[in-house]
Write a protein that binds this ligand. Structure first.
Ligand SMILES: NC(=O)c1ccc[n+]([C@@H]2O[C@H](COP(=O)([O-])OP(=O)(O)OC[C@H]3O[C@@H](n4cnc5c(N)ncnc54)[C@H](OP(=O)(O)O)[C@@H]3O)[C@@H](O)[C@H]2O)c1
Length: 236
């Protein structure tokens, strides 16, 4: 049984992954932006062990979230799932990049780290910008995972493109399969198959997939980490 934290588990892919992992017998801790959303999530994911509260668009709240998570011990797996798409550049920067950076840096180191990216990262710009587009943020999260795979060889840090699926974010008309959209992160969280016990890989539907090769540039990866450190005051 694994102990798993899933950010943004009040809805969409995060909540679906949480339900599946609870069904499989794992200890699942949810995360919500507010107490009210947290209570709703606990009702929706029967069997979840707890919910932690923080608005990830707020750096101070995200730092406190890391402390609250650490107070529960060391997680085996953290799924960095929370994300925003139709949001201003500050929210995109904070929720999609700085929050996963901060939680990764501040939480006790898990065995497995999983980050939600998107096929849209293919058109992202790898250079740092304080005003990123959604595509930029989803390339930067891939760069973060690749940097971690390099710096923390004992950890499995991988990235998932769930496809364009019908959640609140994806919209009702999204063409891809919703169930397949969350199975890859569930598999990466728990499977002992050799193909899941890798690091620095980009997955779509449980297979490695084509990604933006700029993510492999270690100079750009380190520049990204340096900018995140500068903006948050937290260094790896
Ligand atoms: N759906 C797609 O087609 C698609 C495609 C590619 C990648 N992705 C990625 O997959 C991940 C999950 O997406 P989804 O489709 O499941 O999205 P979703 O249905 O909109 O759910 C997003 C989750 O993140 C939470 N969240 C957003 N902003 C937050 C904040 N400031 N503080 C705390 N929590 C916050 C939401 O909380 P609330 O419920 O309170 O809003 C919700 O639980 C995202 O990283 C997304 O970029 C999705």
């Amino acid at each position: 049984m694994a102990k798993i934290l899933i950010t943004g588990s009040t809805d969409g892919l995060g909540q679906l992954a949480a339900r599946q992992l609870v069904r499989e017998g794992h200890e699942v801790v949810l995360h919500a932006r507010s107490e009210a959303r947290g209570q709703q999530a606990l009702q929706q994911v029967t069997g979840a062990s707890a919910v932690l509260i923080a608005d990830l668009s707020d750096i101070a709240e995200t730092k406190v979230l890391a402390e609250k998570a650490n107070a529960l011990g060391t997680f085996d797996v953290v799924i960095h799932n929370a994300g925003v798409y139709r949001a201003n550049t500050q929210q995109l920067l904070h929720v999609n990049i700085l929050a996963p950076y901060l939680l990764t840096a501040l939480m006790h180191r898990p065995k497995r780290l999983i980050y939600l990216s998107s096929g849209m990262h293919l058109s992202g710009r790898p250079e740092w910008t304080n005003s990123p587009s959604y595509s930029d943020t989803k390339l930067h999260i891939l760069m973060l995972a690749k940097a971690l795979a390099r710096k923390w060889p004992e950890v499995h840090a991988n990235v998932v493109d769930p496809g364009w699926v019908p959640t609140k974010m994806g919209g009702a008309g999204a063409p891809d399969d919703l169930e397949q959209g969350y199975q890859t992160q569930v598999w990466l969280a728990t499977s002992n198959e050799p193909s899941a016990l890798v690091s620095g890989q980009y997955f779509h539907h449980q297979k490695t997939a084509r990604y933006n090769r700029a993510a492999d540039d270690v100079v750009l990866q380190d520049a990204l980490l340096a900018q995140c450190a500068k903006l948050t005051g937290v260094y790896f």
